[in-house]
Write a protein that binds this ligand. Structure first.
Ligand code: PHE
Length: 442
């Protein structure tokens, strides 16, 4: 007998869980370093356009496929389009989840380490040197990565529904308030005008650089958790009467605000303290402690609060990543949830070890990037957009325009013609062109 599939407790439960997956290290850690390296405003503009023109339609299509199929990412394509090529999107999704979680666990571990450091009064003096000494150690970051993965595994093993739904309800508001306060403070440090120019004043010459498009589109997919079947799976726990359009809009607006406000925390302080925006993966771990150091008296308390919230946001995303792989293994291999979670959690941890080591302990480079950067680019900028492309093509080719509008609840809305046009023509062509140029300019 097949068990009745679980459903979300309420529409807000669904929206919050999807937000929990979307808002994570991608909004704070990945966004600021990708934007720093991508030249600021040019990256921001292309990222915002991608969110609107590519992210919104792809998210709607993912939700719609899930709600229609009422099953996981791979099974959904098998069910809706039996014996066809489309199922590769599901397979690639599982692969992407695996790769992303391998390095996500490393950065999640760093945030655990910083909580501990602030609790024990550790991050003092030269914050850049402190960070480098930490990631340059061959053992310590791996220990923290192991701990982060262990907590992720424990939550997924217990079943996620309650944990994610309820924790998101209080976590997101606190994290937003803290970010807004920090942004306000950071803007007073003396680097505000330089930061605002960097973030919002377009540098038209940079629009000719294909690598910025590659990075910005990849960031849009990564931060919205798109292109790998997570949103499809979350949509599958919805009952057919729930409306998708406004839910997707809430998720996208909130996720984008988080990223921009994180930028307003990081960049003003960065310019005030003369730090380098292009320093890569360590950016927030160097800039934020510099800010906290400057807040006399309560800096360490704010440091603890910030990294606790960052770690929680990272956990709710890591859980969604692990769940995709676990759900697949349980169905495919017929093993128990416990065995699947423990086994694959450990394998993903092992795959993440080279990423951890590549930050200073050992030189591991692939195509000129450190192993962590390579895994990050390979999954975020390549696998996810490719997965998104296949999902968009599936949605727009297998469903006639009218049916697509109906499935996505766009029918009769004012934005329907525009979104349909984006979904059918603009998004697929843009993704394809950007992927080809991005690959050529890796
Ligand atoms: N969206 C998450 C973040 O921004 C990361 C993520 C990517 C989670 C893909 C799930 C799937 O941190």
């Amino acid at each position: 007998m097949k068990k009745e599939r679980e459903q979300w407790g309420s529409r807000w439960g669904f929206i919050l869980a999807a937000m929990g997956s979307a808002v994570g290290l991608g909004n704070i850690w990945r966004f600021s370093y990708a934007m720093g390296a991508g030249g600021g405003s040019t990256f921001l503009i292309i990222y915002l356009l991608s969110v609107l023109i590519i992210g919104f339609p792809v998210m709607l299509i993912e939700f719609a496929i899930g709600r229609r199929a009422q099953t996981d990412a791979i099974d959904a394509f098998k069910k809706l389009a039996p014996k066809s090529f489309w199922v590769v999107a599901g397979g690639m999704g599982v692969l992407a989840a695996f790769v992303i979680l391998s390095f996500y666990g490393v950065i999640g571990g760093w945030s655990f380490k910083y909580i501990f450091s602030y609790l024990t009064g550790g991050v003092a003096g030269d914050t850049g040197g402190y960070f480098e000494a930490f990631v340059g150690s061959p053992i310590e970051p791996i220990g923290w990565q192991f701990l982060f993965m262990g907590v992720t595994v424990a939550i997924v093993m217990l079943g996620v529904q309650k944990g994610i739904e309820t924790s998101s309800k209080w976590m997101m508001p606190i994290l937003s308030i803290l970010l807004i306060l920090l942004a306000g403070y950071s803007l007073t440090l003396g680097g505000a005008s330089e930061a605002l120019t960097f973030m919002f004043h377009p540098d038209w010459s940079a629009f000719g650089d294909p690598s910025v498009y590659f990075a910005a589109v990849g960031q849009a997919f990564f931060t919205l958790s798109l292109g790998m079947g997570i949103m499809l799976t979350y949509g599958s726990y919805l009952s057919p009467k729930e409306k998708l359009t406004s839910s997707a809009a809430y998720i996208i607006v909130l996720d984008t605000l988080f990223a921009i406000i994180a930028g307003l925390v990081v960049f003003p302080a960065l310019f005030a303290f003369d730090l380098d925006p292009t320093q890569g993966a360590g950016l927030v771990f160097v800039v934020l402690p510099t800010i906290f150091q400057n807040i006399s008296g309560i800096g360490a308390i704010i440091g603890v609060a910030f990294f606790v919230l960052l770690a929680l946001a990272a956990l709710s995303s890591a859980i969604s990543l692990l769940e995709v792989v676990v759900a697949y293994l349980i169905r495919r291999l017929g093993v128990s949830r416990k065995i699947a979670t423990l086994g694959i959690g450990f394998v993903i941890f092992l795959v993440g070890v080279p990423s951890s080591l590549s930050q200073g302990a050992v030189s591991i480079e692939v195509f000129g990037d450190s192993f962590l950067d390579f895994m990050d680019k390979f999954s975020g900028n390549l696998l996810l957009p490719l997965g998104g492309l296949i999902i968009a093509l599936y949605g727009t080719w297998s469903w006639k325009s009218d049916e697509l509008l109906e499935q996505t609840d766009l029918k009769g809305t004012a934005i329907a013609p525009a979104i349909l046009f984006f979904a059918k023509y603009v998004a697929p062509i843009a993704i394809l062109v950007i992927l080809v140029f991005g690959m050529l300019n890796w």
